[in-house]
Design a protein around this ligand. Structure first.
Ligand SMILES: Nc1ncnc2c1ncn2[C@@H]1O[C@H](COP(=O)(O)OP(=O)(O)OP(=O)(O)O)[C@@H](O)[C@H]1O
Length: 251
């Protein structure tokens, strides 16, 4: 993915201003910045879900159209996990049914076609994400950690190239968050995904991402974590009162 001079306006305010970046194939890039910095707006705009005020975006070599259009063949390579995924009450959709939706590329869906292949792919996806015991449960009955694993099962049920995650670990406790990140890393390597993930977990970003984009309306800094998350960069991004915490590894 390549983004040139991207600006996004919301309610008359410029919330993303002149942003440039590139995601290298099979890399893991984190998008960090304070609340309201424009991270979710940027992700929505590069997917064509939010209008751009200006700028060009190329997804897997294809230009994003003026109204966010992409060919089906490109859209089918993308998975997007939004920040919120609200299911009220006992929404009547099982985990296995939900993951099965991920099997069919965008476009007209013919549920009777590929039925046995789809069923097999769902079982494999659930197994690969440690969710085999959840297939018959309702999606609305899952815990936060279970739901995140099932969302990854949705992503892995057929091959894709690009994965965009908006605060996928929000609401998870520390062990669940760690497990989710490990699973994501494992699947990314196996599938060859290119990942862009919005995160507030700077320690996780330091440990597992190749590139960091520091956003606060415009791109304040970018590069490998050692550079982009230095004390100086963090002070510029979050203000001088943020303490840059770094694990010291001994031995
Ligand atoms: N639906 C909306 N309508 C109008 N303005 C919005 C909407 N959603 C967000 N904004 C505004 O756009 C700006 C950027 O918000 P955005 O959600 O992109 O930031 P963020 O960096 O993802 O924040 P957070 O870390 O809190 O999720 C904020 O000023 C916010 O108030």
């Amino acid at each position: 993915m390549r983004v040139e001079n991207l600006s996004v306006r919301r309610d008359g305010q410029l919330v993303v201003d002149g942003v440039n970046f590139e995601l290298l194939s099979e890399s893991d890039t984190a998008l960090v910045g304070p609340n309201g910095a424009g991270k979710s707006s940027l992700v929505a705009a590069v997917l064509g879900l939010l209008p751009r005020q200006k700028g060009q975006v190329w997804v897997l070599g294809h230009p994003l159209g003026p109204a966010g259009e992409l060919p089906h063949s490109v859209r089918s390579q993308i998975a997007y996990l939004p920040q919120t995924f609200a299911l009220q009450g006992r929404f009547p959709l099982s985990v296995a049914e939900f993951v099965a939706f991920g099997f069919d590329p965008p476009g007209p869906r013919l549920p009777w076609r590929n039925r046995s292949k789809r069923h097999e792919a769902v079982l494999v996806a659930l197994a690969r994400t440690g969710s085999s015991n959840l297939g018959a449960k309702l999606l609305s009955e899952l815990s936060g950690g279970e739901l995140k694993r099932v969302l990854l099962a949705f992503c892995v049920v057929r091959p894709r190239k690009l994965l965009l995650l908006d605060e996928a670990q929000a609401g998870l406790d520390a062990p669940a968050s760690e497990q989710f990140q490990e699973l994501l890393l494992q699947l990314r390597r196996q599938e060859g995904w290119t990942v862009l993930q919005v995160s507030h977990d700077l320690e996780m970003v330091r440990r597992s991402c190749d590139q960091v984009l520091c956003l606060n309306r415009y791109l304040r800094c970018s590069g490998p974590p050692t550079h982009a998350l230095s004390a100086k960069s963090l002070a510029e991004l979050y203000g001088p009162n943020v303490v840059a915490y770094q694990h010291q590894h001994h031995g």
